[in-house]
Design a protein around this ligand. Structure first.
Ligand code: KG4
Ligand code: ZN
Length: 366
């Protein structure tokens, strides 16, 4: 079954063609990063306008690259939630119109479930069997969950404030490293000493006074604030220029000024170590308590080098990561996941609408 997938939930305008949920025939990602970098973050109105201008060409390119004419498609899928409403509407409307015009089945896909599916696109020797632990870490969400099926997820823990990627982005913004910051801090940290500074870790796993259960929850705002205050103490006034591989496996590089910190690499490495520690502690606790020994990761921050190393080294835990190029937003994960709904006979109505948030997100997902 050949599925066209469309993704436009945030600042990547993407289309892909995937066969039988696994074989990626094409995956085109038109990034809007240069458009938003000047503002230090995604500007929703600019994002939706760019999607409107680009979507048609991006879909055409995905079909051409796959050498699949529209007449050879079996279905169309598009992300319908969660994300920026204006951005979501563009891809979703385009996908629905395309499906209607070609008389094809349409599937609306949840962005977080698609991230969780991404590692299946380059089939590991033995695909992970349900149930498994899921780790979803992006710029908007950070979730540890139990996955019982491709569309059945129970949230075990989540950030109570900033998402992991968001913490990287905000620290990078204070460094003057540009947007998005995760990949840049990752590269900078490779040249620093992770033990140079010790940043505070949240202690949510202690029972809260109100009796609420935060066993697997975590928090990033304390760490982010500590690092930002720390940066101020190490300013020297001199600047250096550096270039970094963006770590996407595509050879894409970014250039930037390393602002005047005496020990930028050490601060980046120490921050990254604390950020990864926070996640790994909660994941290992969840693995112990649930007895689930397989972890499947997804989302932009799942590309982080240290996170991958630390989890790969965790005893008794099998970790499955997508390749870095499929960690960030892409449409292959959308088309891949849609195959499983189609195979079950599901169809989404063309009245399906976009939704920025998912209600009941805290414990039961979707
Ligand atoms: O999944 P994604 O592409 O978009 C959302 O759905 O949010 O994730 C983007 C996030 C950004 O916050 C970015 O800084 C972060 O993923 N990110 C990383 C790395 N690469 C991207 N964070 C840490 N280390 C990385 N190597
Ligand atoms: Zn995402």
């Amino acid at each position: 079954m050949t599925v066209l997938g469309i993704e436009s939930s945030c600042d990547e305008c993407a289309a892909a063609v995937v066969e039988d949920g696994e074989r990626v025939l094409s995956s085109v990602v038109a990034t809007q990063i240069p458009l938003h970098a000047a503002y230090g973050g995604v500007v929703p109105e600019l994002a939706s306008r760019a999607h409107t201008e680009w979507i048609s060409a991006v879909v055409r390119e995905a079909l051409d690259a796959a050498a699949v004419p529209p007449s050879a498609l079996d279905a169309v899928a598009a992300t319908s939630r969660p994300g920026l409403l204006g951005s979501l509407i563009v891809g979703l409307s385009f996908g629905k119109a395309f499906a209607w015009a070609r008389r094809l089945p349409f599937i609306a896909v949840d962005h977080m479930l698609a991230h969780l599916y991404a590692s299946r696109l380059t089939p590991p020797a033995a695909p992970p069997e349900y149930p498994f632990l899921g780790l979803l870490v992006s710029g908007g969400h950070s979730i540890i969950c139990r996955a019982d099926a491709f569309d059945q997820v129970t949230v075990l823990g989540a950030t109570i404030d900033d998402a992991v990627g968001e913490a990287f982005d905000k620290v990078a913004a204070h460094y003057g490293l540009g947007y998005p910051g995760g990949a840049v801090i990752d590269r900078l940290a490779r040249h620093g000493n992770p033990d140079a500074f010790r940043f505070p870790l949240p202690r949510l796993y202690k029972p809260a006074r109100d009796g609420s259960d935060h066993r697997f929850d975590f928090s990033y705002s304390g760490l982010k604030t500590a690092v930002i205050h720390h940066l101020a103490r190490y300013s020297t006034g001199a600047t250096r220029v550096g270039t970094w591989d963006l770590g996407l496996g595509t050879g894409a590089r970014c250039e930037g000024v390393i602002p005047p910190w005496t020990c930028a690499e050490d601060i980046a490495a120490s921050f990254e170590k604390a950020a990864v520690d926070i996640l790994v502690r909660s994941i290992l606790r969840a693995a112990d308590e649930t007895g689930l020994r397989t972890l499947v990761a997804g989302g932009g921050a799942a590309a982080n080098t240290l996170l991958r190393e630390r989890l790969a080294a965790a005893p008794d835990l099998r970790c499955v990561f997508p390749p870095p190029s499929l960690c960030g937003d892409n449409a292959a994960m959308v088309a891949g996941l849609a195959y499983h709904y189609l195979a079950r006979g599901d169809r989404s109505p063309l009245s399906e609408s976009a939704s920025a948030r998912v209600s009941g997100f805290k414990r039961r997902y979707p």
